[in-house]
Design a protein around this ligand. Structure first.
Ligand code: SIN
Ligand code: CO
Length: 383
């Protein structure tokens, strides 16, 4: 599906990571994908991350889920909001909201957070480190946007809501169902429900920080480095001052570091696995008993479509024209021949039908069996 009243080229050129964009009436036929009651149900589940935020005058309270079901009966009709993270992992109709944004590559996608708010509800003025498309699902929300922030921007003390100490709106819109507001990273924003039953879907994108990349890559590298791989100076010369660390030693030490960091192939392989690691590994599709490859082939030959687990992360890195590395949920598969076509297709959409050619390929079906038995794909039982 393609968004309407929206031009991908103009968006990428003028707005993505640069400035906000309001897209009115973006969906040809908007259909709110999850009912408020169903969302409240998700917030009661222990494995799902949720928060309930209420405001009374200048005081904000935050309760982390899972929430007892009775909690919803105690809430008034004003000034509270419920936020549920990664609802796309549990509700296929919410996962389907990501598909129109596939002009941004998969590896940048984070997840879809869903909020429900009573009249006046919101999380207060704040900024996020991520790009976000805020889709209005139900009811109305006033969105205000403000200045570009950074880690020095003053924040209100003592709250894990990370609210801004000062917020001067520069623009303001009221969004209705099917409207979208794109907000780039670090732009101050504030959404307030207008009237009851306000639901907003935040399709969020991730961008690793340099600190996180270095720390996590170093952790991985440490596992592969030997104790014997160590500074050596068999050419040591007598120094005039034993207190000096000479430039030659610094050069050699620095080279130990940069030689390791410069290995692009090792980095690419690590990053593919790292980035495809599931954020919430609990969404288990792993079969109790591994299914034999021939049974999987039989099911797929009957026309059953192959589905990706919505909580799974799929991406690939090419090596020239004929081979690639497929990364799924932290694992890595070397693909060549027919496997390349399969990997390209399963990475490009949530559901695929396998051609008879692919089903005849031992390498492809062995790969599907591995993916199935680790819970990253399922096949439909309808043909
Ligand atoms: C919301 O849906 O209320 C909050 C979304 C956001 O501001 O990031
Ligand atoms: Co935000």
């Amino acid at each position: 599906m393609q968004l309407q009243n929206f031009d991908i080229d103009v968006f990428l050129r003028a707005h993505w990571q640069k400035k906000p964009l309001l897209i009115k009436n973006a969906w040809p036929a908007w259909d709110n994908p999850i009912e408020p009651d169903e969302l409240a149900g998700l917030a009661c589940e222990p494995q799902i991350e949720s928060r309930l935020i209420a405001q009374a005058g200048a005081t904000w309270s935050v309760e982390n889920g899972p929430l007892p079901e009775a909690r919803f009966g105690e809430l008034g009709t004003k000034d509270w909001t419920l936020l549920v993270q990664a609802a796309d992992h549990y509700v296929p109709e919410v996962a389907a909201l990501i598909e129109p944004f596939s002009f941004i590559p998969n590896w940048r996608i984070d997840d879809v957070m869903v909020s429900y708010a009573a009249d006046g509800g919101g999380v207060g003025p704040h900024f996020d480190q991520y790009d976000v498309f805020l889709i209005q699902g139900l009811g109305k929300r006033k969105w205000q946007i403000g200045a570009m922030c950074n880690s020095d921007t003053p924040m209100l003390p003592g709250s894990d809501l990370r609210q801004l100490a000062e917020f001067e709106p520069t623009d303001e819109w009221v969004l209705e169902p099917g409207d979208i507001l794109y907000v780039p990273p670090r732009i101050a924003h504030n959404g307030t429900a207008i009237g009851d039953d306000c639901m907003t879907y935040s399709v969020g994108f991730r961008a690793p920080s340099r600190a996180e990349l270095i720390a996590d890559y170093c952790d991985d590298m440490l596992e592969h480095l030997d104790e014997d791989d160590r500074y050596g100076d068999p050419d040591l010369k007598l120094q005039s001052n034993p207190g000096e660390i000479p430039a030659s030693a610094i050069d050699r030490l620095h080279k130990m570091l940069t030689d390791t960091m410069r290995d692009r192939a090792a980095f690419a392989r690590w990053f593919g696995g790292y980035n495809s690691t599931r954020k919430y590994p609990d969404m288990e599709w792993t079969p109790q008993e591994p299914m034999p490859q021939r049974d999987i082939v039989a099911a797929l030959s009957g026309g059953a479509p192959l589905y990706r687990n919505p909580a799974s992360r799929f991406s690939f890195i090419r090596h020239g024209n004929t081979s690639l590395s497929l990364f799924v949920d932290g694992d890595h598969f070397d693909c060549s021949g027919d496997m390349v076509l399969f990997a390209e297709e399963i990475c490009s959409r949530n559901t695929m039908h396998l051609s008879s050619e692919m089903l005849q390929s031992e390498a492809v079906t062995a790969l599907i069996a591995k993916l199935y038995n680790k819970g990253s794909v399922e096949f439909g039982h309808d043909s």
